[in-house]
Design a protein around this ligand. Structure first.
Ligand code: GLU
Length: 395
């Protein structure tokens, strides 16, 4: 009899974290690796936020807090939802967890029974299906093609819905494609969902503030009649460069929020009291740097997309958000290059050219790879040169 549980055997370690760790190890071993694997801003956490954390330590805010968030942080989140999304939530409709990932984990642990289905449009963030599997649910993967900008269409959504569908996950702007849904597109999806009264929606809005070219962010609870069935998930990691602080949050129906609290009370208890104090300042303090940083990301996006499209065999859509691109490398796979699939491509790119990226198949769509361009222009320039010469050499 194995000591490892059956539920754990259903899942694999997170591939994005594995690539990031591998790049870290290679660097420690003295290799000049450029990591484009990790989905985290290279910017530092703003000073006012750090100061808030230091103040919290000095003031002795070092004890347990309410399991799912301090009243101060919940108030800051309520204000954020009102200010930025025109969404009204009360305190018992808000939960705070140790990163967005914990909020998602708790949600599925709290709501899925064996065999319940969760519709996940592919390409998807690597952890959605595995969290669903761990919770005993069934991921229903819907492949969204490049010609549809990797977005779920109402027709595909309708087709994927069954009697067992409990949730739909929407993530806009998307990890790994960087592409966001317009208000109209979300409205069209919601028309299908309004008919299906039992389906809940998890809207992962973590990249809300990283958008370009006048793209207007919209979230489903705000623009449809589905608020009572939607969990609007967000966090401070990406917008405020606070990945290590681990604060994610959500607004949603009271019964789900209460169930999440129950799980959290039996697992981690509250997220770090210091991080919560910092998150209050992030949400209530100045928001000026967000635009500035988005502009820097935009320059990098333009450079990366242009450079990739100049490489023979690579084709890359221009996304309107997040800090990822999801280029197609299918033309470079096959007999000629002796690379069977995107995992081979990514492995060889790291081995031969010291650039770490993540294979598309990890996100549910092979023949692609994901680049996180949340790194300095200097490094991106070297990385693009290396990718170009790698592709030329294998062709
Ligand atoms: N969300 C980021 C990524 O996709 C962070 C790593 C993770 O949790 O997957 O790279």
């Amino acid at each position: 009899m194995s000591i490892i549980s059956d539920s754990l055997k259903r899942i694999k370690p997170s591939p994005t974290i594995a690539v990031t760790q591998k790049a870290r190890e290679l660097r420690i071993a003295g290799k000049d690796v450029i990591g484009l694997g990790a989905g985290e801003p290279d910017f530092d956490t703003p000073k006012n936020i750090k100061k808030s954390a230091i103040r919290a330590i000095k003031d002795g805010e070092t004890k347990y807090t309410a399991v799912d968030g301090t009243p101060k942080l919940k108030n800051a989140i309520i204000k954020k939802f009102k200010r930025e999304n025109n969404l009204k939530y009360s305190t018992d409709e808000i939960t705070v967890g140790t990163g967005g990932k914990q909020v998602i984990y708790n949600t599925f642990m709290a709501t899925l029974n064996k065999g319940d289905e969760v519709i996940i449009p592919a390409p998807f963030w690597v952890s959605y299906p595995d969290i669903v599997l761990l919770a005993g649910g069934k991921p229903k993967i819907v492949k969204c093609s490049e010609s549809e900008e990797f977005k779920l269409t109402p027709k595909k959504l309708k087709k994927a819905i069954s009697k067992k569908t409990k949730w739909l996950i929407l993530n806009s702007p998307s990890n790994p494609t960087g592409i966001g849904y317009t208000k109209k597109e979300i409205t069209n999806l919601s028309k299908v969902l309004i008919q299906k009264k039992k389906i809940h929606i998890l809207s992962d809005d973590i990249y809300e503030h990283i958008t370009y070219d006048n793209f207007k962010f919209s979230t489903i609870a705000q623009i449809s009649k589905l608020k009572s069935r939607t969990l609007t998930m967000n966090g401070v990691s990406k917008s405020y460069a606070m990945t290590g602080w681990r604060i994610g949050y959500a607004g949603g129906p009271k019964n789900i929020i209460k169930a999440i609290r129950k799980i959290q009370s039996q697992s981690t208890s509250n997220p770090s009291s210091i991080s919560q104090a910092a998150a209050v300042e992030a949400l209530n303090g100045t928001q000026k740097f967000i635009k500035k940083r988005s502009n820097a990301f935009k320059q990098r996006r333009d450079f990366v997309v242009e450079s990739l499209n100049k490489i023979n065999g690579i084709n890359c859509l221009k996304p309107n958000g997040a800090f990822y691109v999801f280029p197609n490398c299918k033309k470079l796979l096959g007999k000629k290059t002796k690379l069977k699939n995107d995992s081979d491509f990514v492995k060889k790119l790291l081995e031969k050219s010291n650039v770490a990226v993540v294979q598309g198949s990890a996100f549910g769509l092979d023949g692609h790879f994901r680049i996180s361009y949340a790194t300095s222009m200097k490094k991106l320039k070297v990385a693009m040169k290396r990718i170009k010469s790698f592709c030329e050499k294998i062709s």
